[in-house]
Design a protein around this ligand. Sequence first.
Ligand code: GDP
Ligand code: MG
Length: 199
Amino acid sequence: MGNKPSKGRTEVRRGQMVASCLNLSEMPATGLSEVAFMGRSNAGKSSLINALVGSKVAHTGATPGRTQRIHFFSMPAWYIVDLPGFGYAKASKSDRQRFGEAVEDYLTQRQSLISAILIQDARRDAEPEEMMVVQWADSRNILLTVVASKMDRLNRAEQAQRQQALDEQYGRSVFLVSNRTGEGLDRVRHVIRGLGLTL
Ligand SMILES: Nc1nc2c(ncn2[C@@H]2O[C@H](COP(=O)(O)OP(=O)(O)O)[C@@H](O)[C@H]2O)c(=O)[nH]1
Ligand SMILES: [Mg+2]
């Protein structure tokens, strides 16, 4: 992965996955800024990453339950960090109250993590897992952007209704987007650029 000895010049493509980690010690030690992408399985996290990068770098529609790794995509002056999806219906109640050790270590200890994007299906309500993310971000003073995907599945009236409901649940303005049509993604890009990161 990232620490492979390079033969001369190493070319990293924009959006290339450069590390796939099971714990903190495996993560790149570059100190580049990181934006974490989080969300329930099937929320549209990989699709959002692909839409923002502009090419298919993250696997979409993949079946959950395999080894949960933390993926680093090089942008290349910063990293998109794809965290394992949470909230499997089959997980036990105690499992649902935590995100897994590697993710918790990452969220609480990683110094280069500067911001997070929480993605959820616009048709669903925020659940305890999403609220845990909000609490974590507030406690670490991390700028959290909430993105509600699949707005293309809703008509205008439903979009307005979901916008209001989600804004209320999160206590902030939620960005409705479609990873399919690209609608709403400029606002997400604007937030990322506002962090001083090139997209
Ligand atoms: N209609 C629609 N489908 C989406 C959107 N985003 C993701 N999907 C679909 O939802 C499913 C899960 O998406 P994926 O990105 O793999 O979700 P992840 O598990 O959160 O990474 C896939 O079938 C995607 O094609 C969206 O904005 N609109
Ligand atoms: Mg995914």
